[in-house]
Design a protein around this ligand. Structure first.
Ligand SMILES: [Zn+2]
Length: 196
């Protein structure tokens, strides 16, 4: 008789515990969940723009993230990382644009502009690395995959230090996949941690 009473309680406890574990990333700063409808299989042409080694970085917003990954920036990735972390080129190409201005604290957050590096690949698509702190890149420079191109930051409309990365064509982000993300599609997911 005792078991009949206790078992539902135990099941209920396990249910709530697993719920808590599942939602832990939200409390640690993840902005919204991925939109699974946007998971499209593409050739994995990219490496993660993250440092190699022990440090891992949580993806705080992924594709279709409700916080800011919509419209032209739907297929985008935000990795939380301390300001000053090295940012790596995810694919080789030519630098076609940079912004490298000091942050002006007097401008309201929503009006601030992010610093960035834009790299055009062989197929004409452009990789965008945004919210960086500083870069020493100059337009016209050739960059190899895995080369350090900037230091991460918190510039522009950003609530915590992170790296935003997306690839665009004709001004719109496009689906991409990473060769060093081990799951089937090679697409990083919000709430998971990544390292190269
Ligand atoms: Zn973003």
């Amino acid at each position: 008789m005792k078991c009949k009473v206790k078992l539902p309680v135990i099941i209920l406890c396990i249910f709530f515990m697993s719920g808590c574990i599942a939602f832990t990333p939200i409390f640690s700063g993840v902005f919204g969940m991925d939109d699974p409808n946007l998971f499209i299989k593409t050739e994995p042409l990219y490496i993660l723009p993250l440092p190699q080694g022990k440090n891992s970085f949580i993806l705080m917003q992924g594709i279709g993230g409700k916080f800011s990954h919509s419209g032209n920036e739907t297929w985008a990735f935000d990795w939380a990382m301390p300001k000053g972390t090295s940012v790596y080129a995810a694919r080789k190409g030519i630098v076609v644009g940079i912004r490298n201005e000091p942050e002006d604290d007097k401008i309201p957050l929503e009006s601030r502009k992010a610093n960035y590096v834009r790299i055009m690949h062989d197929d004409g698509s452009i990789g965008v690395y945004a919210h960086i702190d500083t870069t020493w890149m100059t337009p016209g420079r050739r960059v190899e995959s895995g080369e350090v191109i900037a230091l991460s930051g918190n510039t522009g409309f950003s609530t915590r230090p992170h790296l935003h990365f997306h690839v665009e064509r004709d001004g719109r982000s496009i689906p991409i996949a990473f060769m060093d993300v081990s799951d089937e599609l090679g697409i990083p997911r919000a709430g998971r941690t990544y390292r190269r």
